[in-house]
Design a protein. Structure first.
Length: 157
């Protein structure tokens, strides 16, 4: 159905479509509170530590060293980079966990685990984030935020 058949203008029809934010748009400095290069450097510094931390937790849970090849078993719902980004957005108090889950195509419970692991690492690297004055409750709110760039609109199926 197009704008002509539903009686709305093309702009209104476009605004009615569901939005899809890319990881690039979620890394916007207006959302993260840091320039992209800083965020990239933080992610690059934290990923090895997060992998080591994950292995230590798994070793403690198993009670012994790994018996199968690294990479075998269940895959993580979020990449390490996404866990850092989700934590940064959470610490900026931009959105409730449910919305962050929607933005990362996972559940609020999965998102809520990330800050527990990532926050101490951010603090150890002297990364301190201030809360944003913006608050979002729907993906469309984030998509319409003036600073967010590279927003894609999903085509209707």
């Amino acid at each position: 159905m197009d704008a002509a058949t539903n009686g709305s203008t093309p702009d209104e029809a476009l605004a009615d479509r569901p939005t899809h934010l890319t990881r690039h748009s979620l890394q916007d400095p207006e959302l993260t509170g840091m320039i992209r290069q800083q965020l990239s450097e933080v992610i690059d510094a934290l990923i090895p530590e997060m992998e080591l931390q994950r292995e230590q937790v798994l070793r403690a849970r198993r009670g012994h060293e790994r018996m199968v090849a690294h990479g075998a078993g269940a895959k993580a719902k979020l990449t390490s980079a996404d866990r850092v980004l989700a934590t940064v957005l959470h610490l900026r108090k931009l959105a409730p966990m449910d919305l962050l889950g929607q933005l990362f195509n996972t559940t609020a419970m999965t998102i809520s685990r990330a800050p527990k692991d990532v926050r101490p690492l951010l603090e150890a690297h002297d990364v301190h984030l201030t809360a944003s004055t913006s608050r979002f409750h729907k993906p469309e709110d984030v998509a319409r935020f003036p600073g967010t760039d590279k927003i894609k609109i999903k085509p209707e199926c």
